[in-house]
Design a protein around this ligand. Structure first.
Ligand code: HPA
Length: 276
């Protein structure tokens, strides 16, 4: 799925398409992962655009990813919600996977909230919300290769002020959260027990097949990042019957309400969470 056209021109095509149809420029972007899309569905919405209409945008093929951009001011700042993402395991390059982040940045987004479903590598119960504190990029690829800004600082990629803010909001709303390190793997296979044990030894508490490439690009573009992972299953656990993506989706959908409450509490206060 490589494009003959230069990636930067595809970003520009998407931006040129979106600017005339968006009544306002977003300053905050949110990417909603597997089963977490309901936050985008609540009114009022300023604009809804299917990814298929946006030139240069990848098409979502995985269940649980609606594939549309929703613009809203429901929580204060003008926010572009990406309801669904694409993954490297679908056959997309990491340039394609992260292109929507480049588009958001070009539209004026300075803060990115990423969400995903993830498998637990420790005793975290399904349904737990993990605030991503750091990551291990184990995809074996990097979206910045050939992109012109290879040497990007990744220490404190997840904004410490945002982490503290999310913890405050979670406490006020009585939503149990904990911090942890997210490992990103290529997929689409789930981990063997040995792989899960390895990831835990490497220092990760959760594992996902997404999110980290988007964060790498966001940081390269200077965006501030908040990451929320919903634990949907135990990584590497032998299930009595194979449930796979259906199980991940069912747990994420049940937890989508908590993610919504967290986002509603955090978004109005993001701009004030300065410092670090
Ligand atoms: N492994 C990798 N990615 C995932 C998992 C998992 O167990 N659950 C949800 N996304």
């Amino acid at each position: 799925m490589t494009d003959d056209v230069a990636p930067s021109s595809l970003v520009q095509q998407a931006v040129d398409y979106l600017i005339p149809i968006l009544p306002k420029r977003p300053t905050v972007g949110i990417i909603l992962g597997s089963g977490l899309g309901t936050f985008a569905e609540r009114p009022p919405r300023l604009t809804t655009v299917s990814y298929e209409q946006i030139p240069g945008f990848p098409r979502c093929s995985v269940e649980g990813h609606a594939g549309r951009l929703v613009l809203t001011e429901r929580c204060g700042p003008c926010t572009a919600i990406l309801q669904g993402r694409v993954h490297r395991y679908e056959g997309y390059s990491l340039e394609e996977v992260t292109r929507p982040v480049r588009v958001l940045a070009a539209l004026g987004v300075t803060t990115l909230v990423v969400t995903c479903a993830a498998g637990a590598l420790d005793e975290m119960e399904p349904g737990t919300v993990m605030l991503i504190e750091d990551h291990l990029n184990l995809i074996g690829d990097n979206p910045l290769i050939g992109a012109g800004y290879e040497f990007t600082e990744m220490a404190q990629a997840y904004d410490p002020m945002f982490l503290a803010l999310a913890e405050r909001v979670a406490k006020e709303a009585n939503i149990p959260v904990r911090r942890g390190v997210l490992a990103a793997v290529l997929g689409p296979t789930y981990e063997t027990a040995a792989e899960a044990a390895m990831l835990a030894r490497l220092g990760a508490q959760a594992v996902s097949m997404s999110t980290v490439p988007e964060v790498i690009v966001a940081r390269a573009l200077g965006l501030r990042v908040l990451g929320l992972a919903v634990i949907t299953n135990q990584s590497g656990a032998r299930l009595s019957e194979p449930k796979g993506h259906a199980e991940v989706m069912a747990v994420a959908e049940r937890r989508a309400a908590s993610i919504g409450v967290l986002l509603e509490g955090v978004l109005p206060r993001l701009a004030a969470a300065k410092g670090a």
